[in-house]
Structures are given as C-alpha cells and as structure tokens.
Ligand binder design. Structure first.
Ligand SMILES: Cc1cc2nc3c(=O)[nH]c(=O)nc-3n(C[C@H](O)[C@H](O)[C@H](O)COP(=O)(O)O)c2cc1C
Length: 316
C-alpha cells in the first residue's frame, strides 16, 4: 500500500513547505531552526503520513532518515473492497516466509495458517463471519491459527508428557505467536502493493470454522486476513489513532493523563467519519463503550472459554 494513500484524504493535510517554515511538524536529521530542511519527496511523505496517522500535526523532531519500511507501516489502512485480479505466483509463499520471520516464543512456533482460495469455501467462511463481502472478494483469505496440536504430536511421538499445553499461558503464547506472524505477513503484503483486512469474526463460530478448515483438537482460528488488490474505485483512508499522550507512558503508567488526549481524539474521529461519509454513531468513546457494554455486545464470543474447552484447550 505504500504510496497509494498519498492521493487520498488530502484536503486538510499540512503541506511540507509550510511546516518546514513554521518550525516543522516533522523535521529530519538535516534540519535545524537555522537551516530549514530541504523539501524532498521523503520529507513530504513523512509529514503527510504522520499527520494522517494522528489526524493532526505530529510535532516531534527525530534524528533518523526516513525509509520505505516506515512508509509502508505508516500507510496502513484496512481494505474492504478488492479487485478479482489474481495474486502473482509465489505471493502466498513470500507472505508465509515473512510471517515465519517474526519472533516466536522460545522458538516453539505454535502457529499455523490455512490459505483459502476456493470461492465456495471463502463464501462459507464469509457466512460464518456475518457475511462480510471482502472475504469472498479477496483472492486470498488467510486463517491464522493458534496451534498446539503440532507440539502435542511431537511429545506423543516421543512418549513425553505435555501437561504444559493445558495452561492459559500456553494458549496465550500460541495466540501471540499467530498474531505476530500474521502482522508480518500483512506488512509484507502491503509492501507489495496489496491490501489487507483482519477478520476477527472468525471467532463468531469457532467450532464451525474449525470444521470447515479441518482443524484437529488444540488448534484455534484466531482471526482471518483478506489479501488482494484494493479496488481503486473504493479507496480507504488512513484512520487516525489516539495521540501518543494516551498510549505512551514515560517510566510509569498514568490513566488521568489520557483524558485530554481522548477528548481530542473524539473530535478528530468525528471529523474523520464525516469526511469519509461513515455512519458511525456517536464519537470514539461512545462506540467503543458500546462494543463492551454487555456480554451480547461481544457478538457470540462471550462463551469463548467453553468453545475453547471443547476445541481441546483446557485453559488452566
Ligand atoms: C484482530 C482484528 C480483527 C479485526 N476484525 C475485523 C473484521 O472482522 N471485519 C473488519 O471489517 N475489520 C476488522 N478488523 C479491522 C479493524 O476494524 C481496523 O484495523 C481498525 O478499525 C483500524 O482501522 P485501520 O486498520 O484501517 O487502520 C480487525 C482488526 C484486527 C486487528
């Protein structure tokens, strides 16, 4: 996706030039108050992307040269409309190599992925995920698995104990491993000009998803990931995040310090929804609260512990 975001959502962006003149929202290592930075493609890219990531100016001086990895990371936006264009050969294997390059707890590699390209299977998985159309549209749907079956088999083959697999800690390890692997694949895909969107709705019906994918006990679909070429007719904008005042704590955590940042973010997101013509009720605080208000608001996932137990995870 790198680069593709630069043509969107540009009306209220700061221009690189005015920022440089006024002291700069973002200044690279060549810039000082006496020697304003030379405007380059990179400096405009970094200013634009950092502005869009927060929906406001990013007033931090950093002493690093910009690079294409940062452009890819900061350009991320979820893509929910895909072309039917197939992926070049080898794409899947490249994404999995990127996924396998992620760190993994104790090198246990307690994750796997199922690549789904069969239209009928994508359709069925879409139905299990509230009918989300992008699952059908994307040429590749990756289902990321917390996988303790492989280790169980390894220990059984050697007639060794495996009581550690029964603990919540080990399940969490597998879910973390799967998440880190998936995110590496997502970034790799975006670096190749592809779009992605995660599908947490794979957890709406974990038992049915397990049956569809032929998962053995001790394997759980943590989420899916659509991969494909974004439909340029339906562009997606970079969605602003909370300011660093809310999420970055120096030495010790502070809850109170976050309130002004959240108030500011509510305003930024209201403006974002209006601009993107998104029908989102209330502000970020309101709809985030709605998502956690009741067990029902968890959308079929309130009973996840029991389902995991049935799938072979004791979660002690
Ligand atoms: C674990 C996870 C599950 C998600 N599940 C869904 C989903 O089921 N459907 C969907 O459209 N987006 C889903 N998303 C995408 C988020 O809504 C999206 O990342 C968030 O709104 C921020 O937007 P951005 O990715 O465009 O920056 C999911 C994201 C994550 C990380």
């Amino acid at each position: 996706m790198s680069g593709s975001g630069l043509s969107q959502d540009s009306t209220d962006r700061p221009s690189g030039r005015s920022n440089a003149r006024t002291g700069g929202t973002v200044i690279n290592q060549t810039s000082t108050p006496d020697r304003p930075m030379t405007l380059t493609k990179d400096s405009i890219t970094q200013t634009t992307l950092l502005h869009d990531r927060y929906g406001t100016a990013f007033d931090v001086v950093f002493n690093h040269a910009w690079n294409t990895s940062l452009t890819t990371l900061l350009s991320h936006r979820s893509i929910r409309a895909y072309l039917s264009k197939p992926l070049p050969s080898g794409t899947l294997e490249l994404l999995v190599a990127a996924a396998q390059s992620a760190s993994t707890s104790s090198n246990l590699q307690t994750w796997s992925v199922v690549a789904v390209e069969d239209p009928a299977r994508k359709e069925r998985l879409s139905q299990l995920a509230n009918g989300q159309a992008h699952i059908r549209q994307a040429p590749l749907f990756l289902v990321w698995l917390a996988d303790l079956a492989r280790l169980k088999q390894v220990t059984e083959q050697r007639e060794l104990p495996h009581a550690g697999l029964e603990y919540l800690e080990t399940f969490l390890t597998a879910a973390i491993d799967a998440s880190l692997a998936a995110q590496n694949a997502a970034i790799a895909a975006e670096s190749l000009g592809l779009g992605t969107v995660y599908i947490g709705a794979m957890r709406n019906r974990p038992d049915a998803v397990a049956a569809e994918l032929g998962l053995p006990p001790h394997v759980f679909a943590v989420f899916g990931l659509c991969v494909g070429y974004a439909d340029p007719a339906k562009p997606a904008a970079i969605k602003p995040r909370l300011s660093q005042t809310a999420v970055l704590h120096q030495e010790q955590y502070s809850l109170d310090a976050q309130l002004p940042a959240i108030a500011e973010y509510n305003d930024i997101m209201k403006a974002f929804y209006t601009k993107q013509k998104m029908t989102v009720e209330g502000d970020w605080s309101q709809h985030s609260s709605d998502r956690i208000a009741t067990a029902e608001a968890l959308r079929n996932r309130a009973n996840l512990r029991e389902i995991l137990n049935k799938l072979g995870f004791a979660l002690r």
